[in-house]
Design a protein around this ligand. Structure first.
Ligand code: ADP
Length: 475
């Protein structure tokens, strides 16, 4: 079934004016969806507020039942949803299927974890009183999500919010509203009461974003996107002291030490760098390879990169799809050109793929130096700059010399080094001899300007719970 005809979407499609969705591989028009007004978003907030008490009053097991049905429906529609993801965001179908399963895994996980929102009883300071601590839902939550994981970045927020008892209003990225609308429909089909999970699509993110960060009935904003926009949203949210969760940009180092298993390091590098054409916030951005293994790594890595197939994500065997739009092409091309002008060598790639549209060649740049813009910019494209380093202390300093602190990766076998480096890296997540670390069971998130809060794991549920201390006196 083609994405353009999926039944999940038919009720949302508009003939008239609205938010237009384009296929980044072909440039074709995929659909037009509603462009929400401020009044309509305010009505959605009012509906969420009205729906919350009954939902929060249900038992966690009861809420879990609804979430569990939602999980099952998402997986029943895995193929349809994957087609939509590829149609609007471009990633290869195999990756889209993986994303749908990954997105659904949060719904399954938090259906269970919602049952464990434990409080505590604290030994008292006063014989005539008892101290009880309970966890309560934060309230109505808003979310703003990016286009690179149009399903998973929504479920990773909505599932814990709903499990905790909070309604959520989500503004998806302009490029990818269709998968969001499809999972909203599946939530309603699963029996989620109206008003609790609302997708508001818009052509004007700043206008709707302002409502979602300033409205007094919103208690929390959860955002995934760029650090620049995250800072705007935090400033806006400050006016009413909303809680925030921020999953922001990254500049992930990927370090290969002399004692690494070379084949595993190359496989991890490919997975970390070229997934979603390099368009994830945890994609390796800077490769640091120790001098003794540098040439061998560059050779093997380049061979593997040269074998990657670029093309439309719907074509079987495609490894690397298009970039999201022409602005992304310009940015990636500009970074590569400026590195090459400053002395970097393109061992593989180094230019647009020459098949039209937004396709860029998977690229390996050798002889890159830390002063080049490509070492500090978030590349968000299939380009791997490979730097040479000599010793451990230097590479730790280089890896940490960024305002970002989301994910870091390194390959080494010496046990002492593994512990030293893992502890010294100022990052929220460290992959040791692994190039992919996202899973619903572990806390995802960054430090420094990469964000605040964690998603997934039990920490992900805490983001939607308040702690209330009750002193039971007069005993
Ligand atoms: P990216 O570079 O990945 O597109 P952005 O931070 O620009 O990252 O976008 C992530 C999300 O933030 C998208 O849903 C986008 O619509 C939204 N967004 C962008 N600018 C604003 C803004 N000023 N206010 C609210 N949301 C915004």
């Amino acid at each position: 079934m083609s994405a353009a005809s999926t039944p999940l979407l038919d009720e949302y499609r508009l003939d008239g004016d609205g938010l237009e969705v384009q296929n980044p591989a072909s440039g074709d028009h995929v659909a037009t969806v509603k462009d929400y007004s401020v009044d309509e978003v305010e009505a959605a907030i009012a509906a969420a507020k009205a729906a919350m008490p009954a939902w929060a009053a249900r038992t966690a097991k009861d809420r879990a039942g609804v979430l569990r049905r939602w999980f099952t429906l998402i997986m029943d529609h895995q193929e349809d949803l994957a087609q939509l993801v590829t149609a609007e965001c471009g990633k290869p179908l195999a990756e889209s299927r993986g994303e749908v399963a990954y997105g659904a895994s949060f719904v399954e996980w938090f259906a269970e974890e919602g049952k464990r929102a434990y409080g505590e009883v604290i030994p008292t300071h006063n014989p005539a009183a008892r101290i009880v601590v309970v966890k309560q839902p934060v309230g109505v939550v808003s979310a703003i999500t990016p286009w690179n994981f149009p399903v998973a970045m929504i479920t990773r927020k909505a599932a814990p919010a709903l499990a905790a008892g909070c309604p959520m209003i989500v503004k998806p990225a302009e490029a990818t509203p269709l998968s969001a609308l499809a999972i909203e429909k599946l939530a309603l089909d699963a029996g989620l009461p109206e008003g609790l999970f609302k997708i508001v699509t818009t052509r004007e993110p700043a206008k709707i974003g302002e409502v979602l960060t300033t409205h007094p009935d919103i208690r929390k904003i959860s955002f995934t996107g760029s650090t620049a926009v995250g800072k705007i949203l935090m400033r806006q949210a400050a006016g009413t002291v909303k809680r925030t969760s921020m999953e922001l940009g990254g500049n992930a180092p990927f370090i290969v030490f002399d004692d690494a298993d070379l084949d595993k390091a190359v496989a991890g590098a490919i997975a970390s760098k070229y997934r979603n054409a390099g368009q994830t916030c945890v994609c390796a951005n800077r490769f640091y390879v120790q001098s003794g293994i540098y040439d061998a790594f560059v050779t093997k890595f380049s061979e593997a990169v040269a074998a990657l197939k670029v093309g439309d994500g719907v074509v079987d065997g495609t490894d690397v799809g298009p970039l999201i739009n022409s602005a992304a092409m310009e940015k990636v091309s500009g970074l590569v050109k400026s590195a090459m002008n400053a002395g970097a060598d393109a061992i593989v790639g180094g230019a647009p793929a020459g098949i039209g549209g937004n396709f860029y060649q998977p690229t390996v740049l050798a002889n890159t130096t830390p002063d080049m813009e490509i070492s500090s910019a978030e590349i968000f494209g299939p380009v791997a700059p490979v730097f040479k380093f000599e010793d451990e202390a230097d590479v730790i300093a280089l890896a940490n010399s960024t305002p970002y602190g989301l994910a870091a990766y390194f390959y080494a076998r010496d046990l002492g080094r593994v512990w030293r480096v893992a502890e010294a890296l100022e990052y929220g997540m460290v992959g040791v001899n692994e190039g992919i670390l996202s899973t619903e069971v572990a806390p995802f998130g960054g430090v420094k300007e990469s964000g605040i809060g964690r998603e997934g794991a039990r920490q992900g549920l805490d983001e939607y719970l308040e702690t209330k201390y009750m002193l039971m006196g007069g005993l």
